[in-house]
Write a protein that binds this ligand. Structure first.
Ligand code: NAD
Ligand code: APR
Ligand code: ZN
Length: 232
């Protein structure tokens, strides 16, 4: 029987592409207070500061490329006969650029959402007060299509369905600090899946049955190889 696989990735899988994580010592939250740039209240209080925070991160995407870990997961999706569901907490587009199908539960940096009509639209450039919604043509109504603290993550029904059906659950490059993603391993465990984490160092949660320590650029290709060509 070909196992179905559920993969959750976090900032750690993009670290070797040069994108800062959130909670490592040189991480994003070391330089910014979450409350100042990643909450609906922050956007209400100072929209220019929040737009600028995400404009800078969006502009930074042009100078980074997917790494071998992103590429290995795209290869797994292409070649593995069982279902492979890839969910990311990341808002970069490196999984897509590596050729993978991915569900973004925290939104996407290269999209904007209109606060008037709700339309989500591709937006690879800066969002400014001059930006016009492609759908309702309103001006200065666009926000980053990002799930901020206090907001509901996206696609949760689809995610939970795939999670409960998974035979293997792998958490890659995530600290497991933020819910609901932090609770996915527990659900997978309860549903009898084999659970493993691939991280520089084991995270605080001892719920994983297996832990592959090391940089994602090493552990992910090795793990994918072990799935596609299992040792007899
Ligand atoms: P949460 O319960 O997932 O996080 C716990 C709380 O931690 C939040 O209320 C947050 O405000 C608080 N917090 C304070 N300092 C923090 C820090 N340095 N790092 C992380 N958290 C810190 O919060 P939530 O309200 O359930 O978040 C909803 C969703 O929004 C979460 O899944 C979160 O990952 C997501 N989010 C995305 C981004 C992004 O830039 N992609 C930024 C923030 C939050
Ligand atoms: N290879 C593997 N893992 C790595 C690497 C690497 N090269 N570099 C860092 N890591 C690991 C760290 O050990 C850490 O466990 O990646 C994890 C990064 O954790 P966080 O910075 O907390 O990022 P993440 O888990 O994605 O945060 C979850 O919180 O702030 C919100 O929405 C934001 O999506 C984010 C969510
Ligand atoms: Zn609109």
């Amino acid at each position: 029987m070909t196992p179905s696989i559920f993969i959750l990735t976090g900032a750690g899988i993009s670290a070797e592409s040069g994108i800062a994580t959130f909670r490592d010592e040189d991480g994003l939250w070391a330089k910014h207070r979450v409350e100042d740039v990643a909450t609906p209240e922050a956007f209400e209080r100072n929209p220019a500061l929040v737009q600028n925070f995400y404009n800078q991160r969006r502009a930074g995407l042009v100078s980074v490329v997917p790494n071998v870990a992103h590429e290995a997961l795209a290869r797994l999706q292409r070649l593995h006969k069982g279902a492979v569901t890839l969910v990311t907490q990341n808002i970069d587009d490196l999984h897509e650029r590596a050729g993978a199908e991915v569900i973004h539960m925290h939104g996407e940096l290269i999209k904007a959402r209109c606060t008037d009509c709700g339309a989500v639209q591709p937006w690879p450039h800066d969002i400014t007060t001059e930006s016009v919604c492609m759908n309702c043509k309103s001006k200065n109504t666009l926000r980053p299509h990002i799930v901020w603290f206090g907001e509901m993550p996206l696609f949760m029904e689809e995610i939970e369905q795939a999670l409960m059906e998974a035979d293997i659950f792998a958490a890659i490059g995530t600290s497991g600090e933020v819910y609901p993603a932090a609770g996915f391993g527990e659900i997978a465990n309860t549903c009898g899946a084999h659970t493993l984490e691939l991280n520089l160092k084991p995270t605080r949660s001892n719920m994983f049955k297996q832990s592959l320590e090391g940089p994602a650029s090493k552990t992910v290709p090795d793990w994918v190889e072990s799935i596609l060509n299992p040792a007899d």
